[in-house]
Write a protein that binds this ligand. Structure first.
Ligand code: ADP
Length: 196
C-alpha cells in the first residue's frame, strides 16, 4: 500500500489537488478537516467539542484525529493506498502514524508539500469564505490563529520528514491546472512500483 501525505498551510490547495492525485494512484483521499466537519454537521458530542476548537483556529486533540485515521485504515478496502490531507498536523501525530504503519509492516511513502506564502493564505481563505461558508474561514482573527497554529505546531513536520527523506516540496502558487501538473509530474517516480 502507498501512504501519501498532502502537506501545507491552510488554503494551500490540498483539497483541490487531492482528487487528481487520488484518481491517478487509486488512493482513498482522507481529509481530517472534512471528517470533523461531518461530525459537526451530525451534531455529535465530538462535533460540538471540535467546533469550538476549529472556530477558534486551534487544533482538535491528537487522539481524536488519530482514532479517525486508524478506523479508516482498518475499514477501507479495494484501493492501492491512502492520501492523507490534514493529517498529521503535529509531531506527536506523525509519530503515532509511523507506529500505526509499522504495525502493519508499512511506512509513509512520501510527503507532498504545497507551499504558498502567508499573504496568499489569507487571500485564498477570504475568497473561499464567499463560496463554501466555513465558519473557520469567516473571521480574520480565526484565520490569523490558524496561520499561527500552522507555524508553531505543523511546520516542524517539514524537518521531521526531511530527516526521513520523505519530503517533496511543490510550488503552490499558480492556477489549479499548473499546480496539478507540477504535483503529478513530481509523483511520476511512484507510479512504477506496483503495490503488493
Ligand atoms: P485547512 O487546510 O484550511 O486548515 P482543514 O479542513 O484541513 O482546513 O481543517 C480545519 C480544522 O480542523 C483545522 O483548523 C483544525 O482545527 C481541525 N483539524 C483538521 N485536521 C486536524 C488534525 N490532524 N489535528 C488536529 N486538528 C485538526
Amino acid at each position: 500500500m502507498k501512504y501519501f501525505i498532502l502537506f501545507g498551510p491552510p488554503g494551500a490547495g490540498k483539497g483541490t489537488q487531492a482528487a487528481a492525485i487520488a484518481e491517478r494512484f487509486n488512493l482513498r483521499h482522507v481529509s481530517t478537516g472534512e471528517l470533523l466537519r461531518n461530525e459537526i454537521a451530525s451534531g455529535s458530542e465530538l462535533g460540538v467539542m471540535a467546533k469550538k476548537l476549529i472556530d477558534a483556529g486551534s487544533l482538535v486533540p491528537d487522539e481524536v484525529v488519530e482514532g479517525m485515521i486508524e478506523a479508516l485504515f482498518n475499514a477501507v478496502t479495494g484501493i492501492d493506498g491512502f492520501l492523507l490531507d490534514g493529517f498529521p498536523r503535529t509531531t506527536a501525530q506523525a509519530e503515532v502514524l509511523d507506529d500505526m504503519l509499522a504495525k502493519r509492516g508499512e511506512s509513509v511513502t512520501s510527503v507532498i508539500s504545497l507551499m504558498i506564502p502567508d499573504e496568499l493564505v489569507r487571500e485564498r481563505i477570504r475568497h473561499r469564505a464567499t463560496i463554501e461558508g466555513r465558519t473557520d474561514d469567516a473571521s480574520d482573527e480565526t484565520i490569523s490563529n490558524r496561520i499561527a497554529t500552522y507555524h508553531k505546531k505543523t511546520e516542524p513536520l517539514v524537518a521531521y520528514y526531511k530527516e526521513r527523506d520523505k519530503y517533496m516540496v511543490i510550488d503552490g502558487v499558480g492556477t489549479i491546472e499548473e499546480v496539478r501538473e507540477r504535483v503529478l509530474s513530481a509523483l511520476e517516480p511512484f507510479s512504477k512500483d506496483r503495490p503488493e
